[in-house]
Design a protein around this ligand. Structure first.
Ligand SMILES: [Zn+2]
Length: 264
């Protein structure tokens, strides 16, 4: 159980806000205002959410549909599987709209001629940072459907969903986004040179969003083992679905072993 550390009032409506350890951005359950709990005065943030398209029945249908098809899946996956848990969780994300330009100099060795190259790699991103410190969510695989963004309102949330406040504030999130973008730009340089001698990335943050996204977390059981499916409650897309090895055997043994290591 999370430890209740503090109780303060919402800067907008005065309602009581309960904070648990590590939370820095808290959303008021009465009026939906998100505020940063640091320093003397709470600071109110612009806050959005993604409108949910899937209710519980819709999420269940999406899971059944996913279990039903796909070349990598065991033939009896849908028939032999049982959904053992299904919960909608509102996860906090920061989304930064950034322009990044990397000036590089290096050597192209793949042609066998050690050709010197330099240039600029310029990209635009909507870069996501999860506002939680722990938890197993594949942020990179999640294509956040920003077109479904609406102003935050507690009335618009999925019934019986769980809500997570942010443990990362917007300043830290921006630092993380800059680091990630810089690292990603460096990866892109592999297309241009084999040996990077110099690379400098300029990251311009043009806009920042704080929003909550509904994700259906589900566990299903197949032949005595649990697997996870995550579904985007806004777009209806499967964010990640764990597929059992078709025949059991060594692959499944490895998968089981790593699961025990990381979640044991
Ligand atoms: Zn309030």
């Amino acid at each position: 159980m999370p430890e209740l550390v503090e109780s303060i009032s919402c800067p907008k409506c005065g309602g009581p806000l309960n904070l648990t350890t590590g939370e820095v951005i808290v959303t008021c359950p009465y009026c939906g205002t998100a505020s940063r709990i640091e320093g003397d005065k709470p600071f109110v943030l612009r806050h959005s959410m993604l409108a949910a398209r899937l209710d519980r029945d819709g999420a269940m249908r999406a899971i059944q549909g996913w279990l039903d098809g796909g070349v990598m899946k065991p033939d009896d996956l849908r028939k032999a599987s049982r959904v053992t848990s299904l919960e909608c969780v509102y996860l906090p994300f920061y989304v930064f709209e950034v322009d990044a330009t990397t000036a590089y100099a290096g050597v192209l060795t793949r042609t066998g001629t050690n050709e010197r190259r330099n240039g600029n790699v310029r990209r635009d991103y909507f870069w996501k940072i999860l506002g939680r410190r722990s938890g197993d969510f594949p942020t990179r695989d999640y294509k956040i459907p920003l077109a479904l963004k609406v102003p935050f309102s507690t009335a618009g949330m999925v019934h019986d969903s769980r809500f997570l406040n942010a443990e990362v504030d917007e300043d830290e999130a921006e630092r993380l986004a800059r680091e990630d973008v810089d690292a990603h730009q460096r990866e892109l340089l592999r297309d241009f040179v084999d040996l990077v001698e110099n690379a400098t990335t300029q990251v311009d943050v043009k806009d920042a969003e704080f929003l909550h996204a509904p994700i259906w977390f589900s566990t299903y059981e197949y032949r005595g083992r649990p697997y996870t499916i995550l579904i985007d409650g806004a777009s209806g897309e499967v964010v990640r679905g764990d597929i059992p090895a078709p025949t059991g055997g060594f692959g499944e043994f490895l998968k089981g072993a790593s699961r025990d290591l990381f979640h044991g």
